[in-house]
Design a binder for this molecule. Structure first.
Ligand code: FE2
Length: 566
């Protein structure tokens, strides 16, 4: 088990541990003034007990985005008096740490909750500690609080980001450009729709993958909140009851008032929009969390005390909340629709109810059974997903068509609860009080070109795969190697309105306009999807890649409208 393989790789943090160690270890730079200062800082840091230099700095909203944010960060070793300075206030960083259940590395994180801020205001802040090797010139950034009341604002979204360090499975250089893209649009905040960095696919080095992820997205997430949700790749062996310990240690998220389920799902409100962030791992049939395919077992470091994980083992967490999440969701949606000051309800979750990806995962009946009826009842306007590494937009859907699916193996009819489109006219303006629009935004930066979409060979219609059963691991013909099957059913995807066949990579930009004058008494959200053409394979025959690109161009724009609540 490599003790600390992350030290050998580049980082986007202002001062990485590698740089610190290089300066401290060689002395070759001692002739320069900057190196002398750096060495002095390191001596001071060591004297204070380890390297507490802040890194992986990121913001999330506090309980009220108009008045509170949380600053979170990590440090290579325990920080002494970790703190955020904002104006004259000094807010101690509350420490949280965990030891990775596979390689045993301890991760040190800190969280400073900043309350009492003014709405719509810009603040500068500093993050430091007594043993910060940058103490003389500590990290500083600015952020903006949310506006109060019915006010226009912009947010952005994608999922499946990964890291720019291609040593890791599913990481890719586009991940850095994707973070830059967020900054280029200057949103109030960003929604990161799960599958943050695929650490579970690099089980021997999970904390190192998270570190590269955190240092990459610090470029934007230190300047504006990045609000995440859990995906299947946040389910990690050895890290807690659902495998979420790494995610939960690194993020402080709005309180869901659900003891035992902190951080797994939450809501927050900006202006006249309620954002609801869900963990679909609790709902989906698909088994796609941590998995040991074999033939070798996965053997944790001896220091963890954890036993070997045998081939054919998967970490399957469907139903872990025992219905608590769905009950919370219903309470939250009902309260929102009783509140005249809320117009829009936008849901963020990783896995998909409406995806017709052919090479990706597809749709999942679990979400359709448990949550789509609630989305209908309480008029959820928009659902943002990741999971499939492509872009797809549904027509507004409400209700379900019965018995519209077929089992792949037998051809037998299966009730996939196919979402029913309330219109199939793609005129660019959709009234979401009549039906919910689903968007797949599943390729922030990860290395997987999955923008291939299903077609029913018999009729030429769009076709979606649907999981209606759990695809638990099964032995392959190789004997001692296990696999998990693809979705078991298909349906004609009459709900599918738009698919981007030119690239999976992209970012969606949402401009909320609460002024009803612009759309005949309706409030509106203008959505523009920008895509990074050229990143996907340029040669479909050989699969030769394009190259990561900073160029995001408009793919499509459309407008969602709904009547103002009051
Ligand atoms: Fe996923």
């Amino acid at each position: 088990m490599p003790a600390n393989p992350g030290d050998a790789r580049p980082s986007r943090s202002p001062v990485s541990r590698r740089q610190v160690l290089a300066v401290g270890g060689t002395g070759l730079l001692a002739a320069t003034a900057s190196a002398t200062r750096a060495a002095a800082r390191i001596r001071k840091a060591r004297a204070a007990g380890g390297d507490g230099t802040p890194e992986q700095i990121h913001l999330t909203w506090g309980e009220n985005p108009a008045t509170s944010v949380v600053v979170s960060w990590a440090s290579p070793e325990p920080a002494t008096r970790p703190r955020v300075r904002i104006g004259q206030r000094v807010i101690p960083g509350q420490p949280r740490h965990y030891s990775d259940g596979i390689n045993g590395e301890t991760v040190w994180t800190y969280h400073s909750r900043v309350d009492g801020l003014r709405p719509g205001a810009t603040y500068a802040y500093v993050v430091t500690a007594d043993n910060d090797s940058n103490a003389a010139d500590p990290f500083t950034a600015t952020f903006r609080t949310a506006p109060h009341g019915r006010t226009a604002f912009r947010f952005t979204s994608f999922g499946d980001l990964a890291t720019p360090n291609t040593a890791w499975v599913l990481s890719y250089g586009q991940s850095a450009y994707a973070v830059d893209a967020v900054e280029s649009f200057q949103p109030l905040f960003h929604l990161l729709n799960g599958d943050l960095c695929y650490a579970d696919l690099n089980p021997a080095v999970q904390p190192e993958v998270w570190r590269d992820f955190g240092n990459n997205n610090q470029t934007s997430a230190a300047n504006r909140p990045w609000m995440p949700c859990l995906g299947n790749h946040e389910v990690e062996f050895g890290n807690g009851a659902q495998g979420f310990t790494s995610y939960l240690t690194r993020y402080t998220l709005p309180d869901n008032q659900m003891p035992g389920f902190d951080g797994r799902w939450y809501s927050f409100r900006v202006g006249s929009v309620l954002f609801v962030s869900l963990d679909a791992d609790d709902m989906v049939y698909q088994d796609a969390g941590a998995f040991v395919a074999g033939p070798a077992a996965l053997t944790p470091a001896a220091s963890t005390g954890n036993p070997a994980i045998e081939p054919g083992t998967s970490f399957y967490v469907k139903g872990y909340s025992g219905g608590a999440q769905t009950a919370w969701l219903e309470r939250t949606l009902a309260a929102a629709r009783r509140d005249d000051s809320i117009d829009w309800i936008i849901v963020q979750m990783h896995q998909c109810a409406c995806s017709s990806s052919a090479t990706g995962n597809g749709s999942d009946l679990g979400i359709r059974q448990q949550w789509l009826p609630l989305f209908d009842q309480y008029q959820v306007d928009l659902v943002l997903n990741g999971h499939d590494h492509d872009y797809e937009r549904s027509f507004p859907v409400r209700g379900a068509d019965a018995d519209a699916g077929h089992e792949v193996a037998s051809g037998a009819v299966v009730n996939t609860l196919r979402p029913h489109p309330v219109t199939t006219t793609d005129n660019g303006v959709f009234d979401t009080s009549q039906g919910t629009v689903h968007l797949i935004l599943g390729c922030g930066g990860t290395d997987a070109n999955l923008d291939d979409y299903g077609v029913d060979p018999a009729v030429g219609e769009r076709q979606a795969k649907v999981f209606t059963h759990a695809n638990r691991p099964a032995l392959t013909s190789t004997g001692d190697v296990y696999d998990r099957a693809v979705a078991d059913a298909v349906e004609d995807a009459i709900w599918s309105a738009k698919r981007d066949t030119s690239t999976g990579y992209g970012i969606a930009v949402f401009d909320v306009n609460p002024d009803p004058e612009d759309f005949g008494g309706h409030t509106s959200i203008t959505v523009t999807h920008y895509h990074a053409v050229g990143v996907d394979p340029v040669n479909p025959t050989t699969g030769a890649k394009g190259v990561p690109t900073p160029d995001y161009t408009e793919f499509e724009t459309f407008t969602l409208v709904r009547p103002r609540s009051a």
